[in-house]
Ligand binder design. Structure first.
Ligand code: 13P
Ligand code: SF4
Length: 335
């Protein structure tokens, strides 16, 4: 375990060595638990998990799993989504304090007020939302199927898209839809990956591919650079974290500039060890994702904590919108 990780351990230091990994697997087997880890998790957590993936892939795996317990190594809304899809299962998150600044950028109350201003509009919410917001939503989406989800709404219907403004701008560009209204929320980690920083890094490495998560503040700048001819258009790829892995296996580039949370570099380097992957902003680390430490995972499996519950009425109202999300778009994005 690195010194950085030690500093973050909220429940006391635990060395993520082979004995720790064996103990995690033994405790998981005793609980009939499947371990899921998002692509932004610490490398040690990704390595010990049964499955890693993007938000959509992990939701699909959670829904299909026959384990009686799901241990979600990710942030709270992801574990809530698993509970909504599989209410009969026990869902644990190793640290319930692992929130999400993007999910916090809209409340159910605010969404109800927005809906009242646009009667008849279809609400499409990013999966990075609370269960209460999902309960007010018609269709949820993730970064890998947002365009397909919005395209599935009849052209004449207004769409309210929340909460991420940068993903919303990407969807609007891709679908060419004028009747799409976008909530002005953002993720503090991705918003901090900015255009000037990307332009500088791309100029220093003109042959590199650019893999850009659509939540990033720099996604629009990247397309602008491509439009201006500053970066070849075919080198700019706006991708979910799962789709970045597919693109890594397919590209012929020798180096790739990656604009997303830095945890993603671990899976990318595993998928294509011959490529030089570099973060556009190496300070883009999500402190919520990094709360799932080796110590927290051990504590979770030992004590059966922190259990995630969603009020049954809210879950029932949220389930249809989450099910539609899981059904739309191509499978993939996880392993
Ligand atoms: P994806 O894994 O769906 O691309 O989402 C990224 C993210 O920010 C999750 O919090
Ligand atoms: Fe939320 Fe941003 Fe962290 Fe993803 S990276 S969990 S969107 S705060």
């Amino acid at each position: 375990m690195t010194a950085d990780v030690d500093e973050l351990v909220p429940y006391g230091g635990v060395r993520a060595d082979a004995a720790w990994a064996d103990e995690v697997r033994r405790l998981a087997a005793d609980r009939d638990a499947v371990l899921l880890a998002h692509n932004y998790q610490l490398p040690e957590i990704q390595e010990v998990a049964d499955h890693t993936g993007d938000s959509l892939a992990l939701s699909r795996i959670a829904a299909a799993s026959d384990a009686s317990t799901i241990v979600f190594c990710g942030v709270h809304f992801m574990a809530e989504t698993a509970k909504i899809l599989a209410p009969e299962k026990t869902v644990l998150i190793p640290d319930a304090r692992a929130g999400c600044s993007l999910a916090d950028s809209i409340t159910a109350e605010q969404l109800r007020e927005w809906k009242a201003q646009h009667p008849g509009a279809v609400v499409v919410s990013y999966v990075n939302t609370t269960a209460e917001v999902k309960a007010e939503t018609d269709i949820c989406c993730t970064s890998s199927n947002a365009v397909d989800v919005v395209a599935s709404v009849p052209a004449g219907r207004e769409v309210l898209f929340c909460p991420d403004q940068f993903l919303g701008a990407h969807v609007k560009r891709e679908t060419g839809r004028e009747n799409l209204h976008i909530w002005a929320g953002e993720c503090h980690v991705h918003a901090g990956i900015n255009g000037p920083e990307l332009a500088e890094r791309a100029a220093a490495d003109p042959d590199a591919d650019l893999f850009i998560h659509p939540e990033c503040g720099c996604a629009t700048s990247a397309l602008y650079l491509a439009g201006e001819g500053a970066v070849p258009e075919d080198k700019v790829k706006i991708l979910s974290t799962g789709d970045m892995l597919t693109a890594a296996r397919d590209t012929r580039a020798e180096s790739v500039l990656v604009a997303t949370e830095v945890g993603m570099l671990h899976q990318l380097r595993k998928a294509a060890p011959e490529i030089d992957f570099r973060a556009v902003n190496d300070r883009a680390s999500c402190r919520y994702m990094k709360m799932i430490t080796p110590a927290a995972l051990l504590r979770s499996l030992t004590g059966g904590v922190d259990e995630v519950d969603v009020d049954p009425d809210t879950a029932a109202r949220a389930r249809d919108s989450v099910r539609r999300m899981v059904e739309i778009g191509t499978p993939g994005g996880g392993e």
